[in-house]
Design a binder for this molecule. Structure first.
Ligand code: K7E
Ligand code: CUA
Length: 636
């Protein structure tokens, strides 16, 4: 009998065992789905190393609560402190991972984030206008020239007020090409390509011979706007949309686009001031395929495709119709030839549709049910997730033969091979990110844990090694050899380069300053005390800002800070860094504050008192460490 247990062979435990004190071989970045954040695991152990807050506030370190980080979550609709995070992509140089940045998408309020891999911090978030459901993102071109973001929901351009039933006339999808500055990494929307009303889905850039191209899958070319379950599943084929981004670039330079007034937030984190700022951009350049011949082509793809994956050579493009009983594989050289020979079967909204047979390398027959996503091992094989039949299917690209299949537990979404979407995959491990775990873990009430599964793919047959729980729904992941990141980590911030406006350079400079009803507390933290630790002369209704500078200059010595009854949770301040928390006391009383990170033997002593007096009382402003500092002066 083939049970889940017997699927695990005897040496699995050895293969995932990382002895105490030893490092894992890979960092695995996993999308957090509806948690909005990104988590980092070690492979092969599956040990959770870190949560990187991106699109959701994170009480553990005050992300989104501290005054410094609040602007990161700003949008044109004000602060949006949650999102649905699906896909990740590591930056690339020459089609290979370069270990500089990780890009992440927000689905619900369309945004793209950039995470710095020397600090594991979110350093930039760019909102995407003319988009809704930013699912088809963030995918990078071979040299990270662009990160691309496509619309899931078509919407009227410019948020026009129109009837929903005017979908065909008024609704459009867009593919945004976001340029990434080579040295700073700063993102900018270079242009948006206007596409017909339909739903764009997962996509990938070409590589090698197909370097200039980008391939998006799309569904709902029926253009349904209600009961999509039925109405968007009518046609036998939807499309892979092939965009020549080099041409698009030329058209943009030649002034073929039109500038459209819009609004979107661009948030950046400045390492030297340690402060995020948010700017509202007002314009975007839109390219219409009507004005730009040879820029966009459609390739018919069976049954509501959910992905387009490009193999390491750049020659093969795998479509995955989630309702299809086969996997179509397109050939880039055939696509190029079909375009030259004008082998078209018609047009969709004026965009030429290449004949299916003319673009096709071949079909993988009877691979399984519900093919979703494909990754590659760099040895000529592809691995496709089968959602409905809950399995991973390994097949050979050259002759399209199925070589192996292994069950997943259960309903696998994406697969991930480290570098599996680059020119240079490491064909050692494969991770399946699953949707359902029912009987796999100890039950935890109605909400069961989310999960990933690790397979060894180094041999002819795949071997299941490990189940490990994840945080939030794991959609996609990326993994990179640990050796590419571990020695580049920032250990602490140089206090002499701290240009935060509220930095306190040493305990002698610690002070409290009143301006009207605003009180700025310039506080320092070092093992094991806070200065000042006694503060009086603060009144009910004052806006008290605690600017806490961690004076340590050593790795792994953060200090925390929290004050009783503050709604702004916690701060976790790295060595050399300043963070600010706002507290508006509502009642008179004594408010203890303390360090929340166990930093030394005398951590429990790292605390102090704030006295809050009734509004209008005449308690003078005083602060210090147990004494009233003589220089305490209230600036009125
Ligand atoms: Cu298939 Cu959002 Cu990538 Cu999940 S998506 S599985
Ligand atoms: Cu500082 Cu505990």
């Amino acid at each position: 009998m083939k049970t889940a247990e017997s699927a695990v062979a005897g040496d699995a435990a050895q293969k995932v065992y990382v002895a105490p004190g030893k490092y894992d071989e890979f960092y695995n970045f996993v999308s957090g789905g509806f948690s909005g954040n990104v988590t980092v695991y070690g492979l092969p152990s599956g040990r959770l190393l870190k949560t990187i807050p991106v699109f959701s506030v994170f009480p553990e370190n005050g992300y989104g609560y501290s005054e410094e980080t609040k602007p990161m979550l700003n949008t044109t609709n004000g602060p949006v402190a949650w999102d649905d995070q699906h896909h990740l992509e590591l930056s690339q140089t020459d089609g290979k991972q370069d270990g500089r940045w990780l890009f992440a998408n927000a689905n619900n309020t369309p945004r793209i984030a950039r995470i710095d891999l020397t600090t594991f911090r979110t350093v930039e978030i760019l909102q995407i206008p003319n988009s809704a459901g930013n699912h088809s993102s963030p995918f990078t071109t071979e040299n990270t020239e662009y990160v691309v973001a496509g619309t899931r929901f078509s919407v009227p351009m410019g948020d026009e007020d129109v009837p929903i039933s005017s979908f065909k006339k008024n609704f459009r999808s867009t593919a945004s090409f976001i340029s990434v500055d080579k040295s700073s990494g700063n993102m900018k929307i270079a242009f948006q390509i206007l596409l017909p009303g339909m739903n764009l889905d997962l996509s990938h850039a070409g590589k090698g011979p197909s370097h200039d191209w980008f391939f998006f899958s799309c569904y709902n070319t029926e253009q349904a706007y209600t009961l999509l379950e039925v109405n968007a599943s009518q046609k036998d084929k939807d499309f892979v949309v092939a965009v020549n981004w080099k041409k698009a670039e030329e058209y943009a330079k030649a002034g073929k686009g039109h500038k459209m007034a819009t609004a979107y937030a661009h948030n950046t984190y400045d390492e030297s001031t340690q402060k995020a700022s948010s700017v509202i951009e007002k314009e975007v350049l839109v390219l219409d395929p009507k004005d730009c011949p040879d820029m966009v082509y459609m390739i018919p793809c069976p049954k509501s495709p959910h992905g387009a994956d490009v193999d390491p050579t750049g020659e093969y493009i795998v479509g995955s119709g989630k309702l299809a009983a086969l996997i179509p594989v397109f050939s880039f050289s055939k696509i190029t030839k079909a375009i030259q020979d004008k082998q078209f079967e018609g047009a969709f909204y004026g965009i030429p549709v290449i004949k299916y047979e003319a673009a096709l390398h071949g079909e993988v027959k009877k691979p399984g049910l519900g093919p979703l996503h494909t990754e590659f091992d760099g040895k000529g094989n592809a691995y496709t997730s089968m959602f409905l039949s809950s399995e991973v299917v390994k097949w050979r690209i050259s002759d399209l033969q199925v070589l192996d299949r292994k069950p997943t537990y259960y309903s696998v979404g994406h697969l991930m091979i480290p570098g599996g979407d680059t020119k240079n995959p490491s064909g050692k491990y494969l991770v399946a990110y699953n949707k359902i775990t029912k009987d796999r873990y100890l039950p935890t009430g109605p909400e069961l844990c989310q999960s990933a599964q690790l397979y060894d793919i180094s041999g002819d047959k795949m071997q299941l090694l490990l189940d490990f729980p994840t945080t939030g729904e794991p959609h996609y992941g990326q993994a990179i050899p640990a050796s590419m990141l571990k020695d580049k980590q920032v250990k602490y911030y140089d206090i002499n380069k701290n240009h935060n406006a509220y930095v306190t350079m040493g305990e002698k400079k610690a002070r409290v300053v009143r301006n009207g009803n605003k009180v700025d507390v310039y506080m320092t933290a070092i093992r094991s005390h806070l200065v000042p630790d006694n503060i009086e002369g603060v009144f009910v209704g004052d806006d008290v800002y605690f600017h806490v500078t961690n004076l340590e200059q050593d790795w792994d010595v953060p200090h925390g800070f929290a004050v009783k009854n503050s709604s702004s949770v916690d701060l976790l301040i790295m060595p050399g860094e300043t963070l600010t928390i706002k507290f508006t006391p509502q009642k008179q009383g004594i408010y203890p504050f303390y360090c929340t990170d166990f930093c030394s033997a005398l951590h429990q002593e790292m605390s102090g008192y704030l006295r809050v007096s009734p509004k209008g009382s005449n308690v003078p402003l005083k602060f210090g460490t147990g004494i009233v500092a003589p220089e305490a002066v209230a600036k009125q």
